[in-house]
Write a protein that binds this ligand. Structure first.
Ligand SMILES: [Zn+2]
Length: 314
């Protein structure tokens, strides 16, 4: 190692020590905001491992990405810890869903003025201050499961590339190229969805949770789930008896060809619907809230779309 490098390493170590001191004293927050970490990588923190993986695809080697909620958590009801808060505040870029899905994130950064943020709901033009007519008819608010909307995922990837490019100008072109490679993979997934639409437009399906609303919509399928049922599950309440009877009838009478099932928000009621679907030979497609271990976003979503296509062929 040359003396020059030694000096640089020393300087970095001193900076790191200073940052640690600040944190330990509970002093000025976000002192490191926008500054690459000692390893030269930008720290990105996302609310869920889904959005973390999108950030990883775009950031590549230039970023180190952490997710607050991993494969087994339920972001709907996650309560963040002090450690999460410190990690989020220390990040150069924060990525989250919005729409009250992962409310812990805006809570943590509410006093961090100027913090670089990518919020999927805003990217999708559905932020909560948007005019009511932009929300879908019959819905009190827009569906928050935006990572099932492939166009939005592409736009989020582009938004992340733009933010990262501002934070690390020397890697700007790389981020843009990574986002392009990622969106090309998403385009391939869109072709799978188009194929479902071509073969099964108007086919009735039902779901224990409106997790895949955008995907079902894009695939031309008719989600006939009683609105009262979806609303209650979303709000983590017990659905009214009449709505339970209605969804049970949809599967036992095989009006719905497929039951979309979210195992991460399972309840005795949703389990019973699933059991009846199995008995009636209605295909059950498990679609999850977060990314399973060992898969990236495009693999996972591709497999989920394939499962849906296979179920519809039954
Ligand atoms: Zn959900």
């Amino acid at each position: 190692m040359t003396p020059r490098n030694t000096r640089q390493t020393g300087a970095v170590a001193a900076l790191a020590a200073a940052a640690l001191t600040l944190t330990a004293c509970g002093g000025t927050p976000a002192a490191s905001s926008g500054t690459p970490a000692a390893d030269g990588k930008l720290a990105v923190v996302a609310s869920t491992n889904v959005w973390a993986d999108v950030a990883r695809a775009v950031g590549g080697d230039a970023v180190s990405v952490k997710a607050v909620v991993g494969a087994t958590g339920d972001p709907h009801s996650y309560e963040s810890t002090a450690v999460d808060a410190a990690t989020v505040r220390g990040a150069a870029l924060v990525v989250f869903n919005g729409g009250h899905y992962d409310d812990f994130m805006p809570q943590i950064i509410k006093n961090e003025t100027g913090k670089p943020v990518v919020e999927a709901m805003k990217v999708a033009g559905q932020d909560e201050h948007a005019k009511p007519e932009t929300a879908e008819a019959g819905h009190e608010h827009a569906n928050e499961h935006l990572w099932y909307d492939l166009d939005v995922v592409e736009d989020v990837a582009k938004a992340i590339a733009a933010k990262l490019g501002e934070l690390k100008a020397d890697a700007k072109d790389r981020f843009t190229a990574n986002a392009q490679a990622f969106t090309a993979k998403i385009d391939a997934l869109e072709q799978k969805v188009d194929a479902i639409k071509a073969a099964h437009t108007g086919v009735k399906v039902t779901a224990t949770e409106p997790i895949a609303h955008y995907l079902l919509d894009e695939a031309g399928l008719a989600d006939v789930t009683p609105a009262q049922f979806s609303k209650a599950v979303e709000e983590e309440n017990d659905p009214p008896a009449v709505a339970i009877a209605e969804i049970q009838k949809l599967v036992t009478e095989r009006t719905a060809r497929v039951l979309v099932y979210n195992p991460q928000t399972e309840s005795p009621v949703t389990k019973q619907v699933k059991e009846n679907a199995v008995k009636a030979n209605v295909a059950v497609v498990e679609l999850t809230e977060t990314l399973p271990e060992g898969k990236d976003y495009t693999q996972w979503m591709g497999e989920q779309i394939d499962k849906l296509a296979a179920a519809l062929k039954k």
